[in-house]
Design a protein. Sequence first.
Length: 290
Amino acid sequence: MPVIHVPLSGGPAAVAYDRTGTGPGVVLVHGTGATRAQWLPLTDAVADRFTVVAPDYSGSGDTTDHGGPLTLTDLADEVLAAADHAGLDRFHLVGHSLGAAIATHLAAHRPERVRSLVLHAGWVHTDTRLRAEFTHWLDLLRTDAAHGTAHFARMLPLAAFGPRYWARTDTAANEELVRALATTLAPGVARQTEVDLSVDLRPLLGRVTAPTLVLASAHDRIIGADQQRALLTGIRDSRYQEIDAGHGAPGEDPAGFAALIAGFLDERRAAEAAADAPGVPVGPGVAARA
């Protein structure tokens, strides 16, 4: 497990990441409360043709840091540092939820590094409704920490999963999931939720130049359709796709989620190869918005 030391606004971090496979680089950025293990199904699906780098950012997994407040810039710096340490010059970038916000921030500030961008369950700005959502999360997390309860873990399936999950589960299975979530949530989930509260990408969207897939969940109870429309409007070279799942699509439908992203990555790889091939004209119509 490689580790890279990264200076942050509050002090240093030792960022752990996985590097798997061979080929063009893909960097994967997990969501709030998750770890790089979130990406194992996608890694398995593409590691035969891509070099996959999946870091734990601060508050998650094997990464350690100063323990204080974090910023979106801090987390983007950690992701870029992992890509640098893994030897990736340019790379495809995939983010889920907070990871999508981190990926958008990175793509806006370092456009020359990002080949393409996949944003699942991302958002542009923490508006009043999202602020209420994340504040509720923090209240639950503080109550759990004070009283040994599992209110946050119990809320997660309700907020994150769509109808297909509820149709195929029962009370016992859902209770088992709640118990598992209570013991596996990242220890820094509250610190990461504070970053969720701070997201405002509105000044940055026009700086994103990478071809972008805005991947929405049809039954997302956390991120509304208005946020997806704002991403599509603000990012010039963007397109839309939907998955029949809730906000937590990586856990609800891991195979389907991985297949959609792998399809986009393969398409971008083929487009780049065609553009680089001798005798292939490159003009305004090449790799245009779908």
